[in-house]
Design a protein around this ligand. Structure first.
Ligand SMILES: O=C(CO)[C@H](O)[C@H](O)COP(=O)(O)O
Ligand SMILES: [Fe+2]
Length: 223
């Protein structure tokens, strides 16, 4: 099993002191910086665009993980990658030609992720797995931070882990939504290895301790 990685979601950071919060999670040893992009169409919220990614890029050496919750992602993929994205994840639900979209991410030089809402079947991944570097399984319905973890996704995590093994894929499995000290072990036990956490990290008085505690809890689920 690949080592657990922690991906703090800046959706819950202090936007008036954003890069200082980014520095805190980098110093705490978190591996990925999870950046939630919402368009007010695919999800009922509007957040961050490529300008923010570009502004943060010189401030941090972290792996920039861009979670696009937008319609028509093909229009923006190149700009996000030029702005400093290391990984671009698109949702399967609003995309008409997923193979084309994932291929575009790879062509433009980033790693490619595919995200699935809690109710979406992983069957959609089967024939594009060789191109996919990360599968993001939403453990809340996307759009907002601070929502409760949906436990019905746990068997889907295990199903995707088995699918990856069957296909000889080394793609990572990321989970996003409601991840904290209480839920971390269960998602890792089910087969996830990249854990996004927003409110559990940036809502904490001690950001470094929160990263450490989630990692410790997650490692309790390895085995
Ligand atoms: O994609 C997201 C929401 O759509 C966020 O990454 C996610 O909700 C993180 O927030 P929290 O850890 O507070 O649930
Ligand atoms: Fe996210």
């Amino acid at each position: 099993m690949t080592a657990v990685k922690i991906a703090p979601s800046i959706l819950s950071a202090d936007f008036s002191a954003l890069w200082q919060d980014v520095l805190k999670v980098e110093e705490a040893g978190a591996e990925y910086l999870h950046i939630d992009v919402m368009d007010g169409h695919f999800v009922p919220n509007i957040t961050i665009g490529p300008l923010i990614v570009k502004a943060l890029r010189p401030k941090s050496k972290m792996f920039f993980d861009i979670h696009l919750m937008i319609e028509n992602p093909d229009l923006y993929i190149e700009e996000f990658i030029k702005s400093g994205a290391d990984l671009v994840t698109v949702h399967a639900e609003p995309v008409h030609h997923l193979h084309r979209t994932v291929s575009l991410i790879k062509e433009k030089g980033a790693r490619a992720g595919v995200a699935l809402n809690p109710a979406t079947s992983p069957a959609v991944l089967e024939y594009i797995l060789p191109l996919v570097d990360l599968v993001l399984l939403m453990t809340v319905n996307p759009g907002f931070g601070g929502q409760a973890f949906i436990p019905e996704v746990l068997p889907k995590i295990t199903a995707v882990r088995k699918m990856l093994e069957r296909c000889g894929s080394s793609a990572e499995i990321q989970v996003d939504g409601g991840i904290n000290r209480e839920t971390a072990a269960a998602v890792v036990k089910a087969g996830a290895n990249v854990l996004v956490a927003g409110s559990a990290i940036f809502g904490s008085e001690d950001i470094a301790a929160a990263v450490r505690q989630i990692r410790e809890a997650a490692e309790g689920g390895e085995g």
